[in-house]
Design a binder for this molecule. Structure first.
Ligand SMILES: NC(=O)c1ccc[n+]([C@@H]2O[C@H](COP(=O)([O-])OP(=O)(O)OC[C@H]3O[C@@H](n4cnc5c(N)ncnc54)[C@H](OP(=O)(O)O)[C@@H]3O)[C@@H](O)[C@H]2O)c1
Length: 252
């Protein structure tokens, strides 16, 4: 449970090798040497990540096997983590960008992106929310994206998966009002991580550390939503309302 100053003592990162997820966990627990659970597909690859978190000030760091595409197991893994300890913050950082062109040529590739980013993440989010509600405290941080706020032709499969997840997270947050549990929806723009490696940074590109700082601030404020960087809130307020005939002509 958070201490009297509201400092986070334990974090579960679903998508434990995510650069945004790890930066967020490091930032949240460093002050009080809090505990971190890294849940990811490749446990061996997570060990060096765990070591880096310890070096950055985390206390206990555990690694658990977790594949969001195996939704039954995904629910069970979340239960096992919560059975072992209280969790103050769950960071849902699972995501794949996919290959838009391949998705348009092979519907199975599109379905794989949608399965991970929507169905898998929905299973993880609902599992975590159920346990946070039962605990009576804690926040689920959902990594959405500005890509889901106005779905673009150039990456509409990824964008649609994020739009679905964003909607689910908002409704889930509303359903938790009064329970002590909370959902924070995070909408970053372009973040320089392995997901975007090799791509030309978009305007307002940012870093995992900046996203972590924004999440930290939003948690302290008890916010429901945060855009990173914050200016994207204004940009998207305009973009969201552009007529489609105009929007589809933009080089986005
Ligand atoms: N980078 C950006 O520009 C950006 C912008 C907006 C939103 N986001 C979102 O932020 C989140 C974190 O992304 P990131 O930038 O930190 O990228 P990242 O470092 O590539 O992290 C993505 C994570 O998702 C995990 N993952 C993928 N499929 C999985 C599955 N089936 N089961 C379990 N884990 C799975 C990956 O694990 P493996 O190591 O096993 O592949 C990795 O840990 C994602 O939801 C992403 O969509 C990113």
């Amino acid at each position: 449970m958070r201490d009297a100053l509201g400092t986070v003592q334990s974090v579960l990162v679903l998508g434990g090798s995510s650069e945004i997820g790890v930066a967020t966990a490091a930032r949240l627990v460093r002050a009080r040497h809090g505990a971190v659970v890294l849940a990811g597909r490749d446990s061996a690859a997570l060990e060096p990540v765990a070591e880096r978190l310890r070096a950055a000030g985390a206390g206990d760091v555990d690694v658990v096997a977790f594949d969001a595409d195996d939704t039954d197991r995904c629910v069970a893994v979340v239960d096992e983590v919560f059975d072992a300890r209280e969790i103050d913050v769950v960071v849902l950082a699972v995501g794949v960008l996919g290959d838009q062109q391949r998705s348009e040529e092979d519907p199975r590739a599109a379905v794989a992106v949608l399965r991970t980013n929507f169905l898998g993440c929905a299973a993880a989010a609902l599992s975590a929310a159920r346990r946070l509600r039962r605990q009576g405290h804690g926040t689920l941080v959902v990594l959405s994206s500005v890509a889901g706020e106005r779905v673009r032709r150039s990456n509409f499969v990824y964008g649609a998966s994020k739009a679905g997840l964003d909607g689910l997270a908002q409704g889930l947050g509303d359903s938790l009002v009064g329970t002590g549990a909370h959902v924070l929806v995070v909408r970053p723009g372009f973040v320089t991580t392995k997901m975007t490696a090799g791509m030309t940074p978009a305007p307002f590109a940012t870093t995992p550390e900046a996203v972590a700082a924004a999440i930290d601030g939003a948690l302290r404020r008890g916010a429901d939503t945060v855009w990173v960087p914050g200016v994207l809130r204004l940009v998207m307020a305009v973009v969201r309302h552009l007529p489609r005939a105009l929007f589809r002509r933009l080089p986005l």
